[in-house]
Design a protein around this ligand. Structure first.
Ligand code: COA
Length: 335
């Protein structure tokens, strides 16, 4: 295929990294807690096990380890990093965890901030960082997706607790004025359907003084309408990817890899079928990690890069989707 040249600044992909906690929670173990079975979970979701954070595995730690990994692969001096964007819905510090990651890395010349868009978070963060690079002024960025949903799952709710796990992934991206490997993107939200998947605040009324109350902070466990989320994903994801293909003059047959948010194997298969992308081109690591929210896309990509499946110049169609509701797609060329 002919290389597209751009006059404006483009983006290239330089490295990937990931981290998952050691603790493994199998379907078998979940079935000791709620009324379910390994067979039911595997056949409905494709998931066999997931990783669960233990003390020390918070989003800052996991995100830091994934970022460090990506920086090493890119062979960058940490001082050369201009921007760190952390996609997470479960920060270690609600005021923002990205600056702590910046400090741990020693990336003192970077500006670092959090971005929340649930399971679409990594994609939204990748797009955000790319726009910073293309806008000029920023040369090197680390985009991290990290989540610790195990802290917010209702472990007595068999309809949702089977899906989620913890982890982190990161990509190192760089501005260049020679090529643009960030080919295109599209993103959407629909707050009208937001109630299908929530992690809402849950406040308790307390008193400051006799006649002044305040609401102490906290969060309720994840609430999910699985069937509605499923229908949303299999409908909207193929539509947004097809729209992106049209916009960028690409098509399914030009794609080397379909990298979807890892929510459910049946969603991956169904989206692949609708786009006529064969199964062997659809990356999946759901079996081992389940849905790690903002971490899934960089986690599955990093694995495929390390295993030499994703290679230099491969075309990747990627899509994130989830709470918000939010969804989006990006088309990139690796390298
Ligand atoms: N084990 C055994 N039975 C279960 C179960 C479990 N873990 N969870 C639900 N069931 C039961 C239900 O109670 C229901 O029983 P009933 O028919 O007697 O009422 C039956 O299985 C079917 O439930 P249903 O909700 O229709 O199952 P499903 O085929 O839609 O699968 C999900 C449930 C959650 C796996 C599926 O809807 C899904 O993956 N949705 C998308 C969720 C998602 O990806 N969320 C994150 C997006 S970022």
């Amino acid at each position: 295929m002919e290389e597209k040249k751009f006059n404006q600044i483009g983006v290239s992909f330089k490295g990937s990294g990931s981290y998952v906690p050691d603790q493994i929670l199998t379907n078998q173990k979940i079935s000791q807690k709620v009324d379910t079975s390994d067979e039911w979970i595997k056949s409905r979701t494709g998931i066999s096990e997931r990783r669960i954070s233990s003390l020390g595995d918070n989003v800052t730690e996991m995100g830091y380890k994934a970022a460090l990994n990506a920086i090493e692969k890119a062979n960058w001096d940490v001082k050369s990093i201009d921007l760190i964007v952390l996609a997470t819905s479960t920060p270690h510090d609600l005021f923002g965890s990205a600056p702590s990651i910046q400090a741990k890395l020693g990336a003192s010349n970077a500006v670092a901030f959090d971005l929340t868009a649930a399971c679409s978070g990594f994609l939204f963060a990748l797009i955000t960082a790319s726009q910073f690079l293309k806008g000029g002024g920023f040369k090197r960025a680390i985009v991290i997706g990290a989540d610790q949903l195990s802290s917010y799952v209702d472990w007595n709710d068999r309809r949702s607790c089977i899906l989620f796990g913890d982890g982190a992934g990161a990509l190192a991206i760089e501005a260049t004025n020679e090529i643009d490997n960030f080919i295109g993107f599209d993103i959407r939200t629909d707050g009208e359907r937001g109630s299908f998947l929530n992690l809402p605040s849950k406040n308790a009324i307390n008193s400051i003084t006799n006649n002044i109350d305040f609401l102490s902070g906290g969060f309720a466990p994840i609430q999910m309408n699985g069937q509605e989320v499923y229908k949303f994903a299999v409908r909207e994801v193929p539509i947004i990817i097809e729209k992106l293909f049209k916009k960028t003059d690409y098509s399914s047959d030009k794609v080397d890899w379909l990298v979807l948010h890892q929510a459910n194997q049946r969603i991956l298969d169904s989206v692949g079928d609708r786009l006529k992308i064969p199964r062997e081109k659809i990356l999946s690591n759901l079996e081992k990690y389940g849905n790690t929210s903002a971490a899934t896309i960089p986690l599955v990509m990093d694995e495929a890069i390390r295993n030499n499946r994703i290679k230099q110049n491969d075309i990747i169609a990627t899509s994130g989707f989830g709470a918000g509701l939010s969804w989006g797609a990006a088309l990139i060329k690796w390298g």
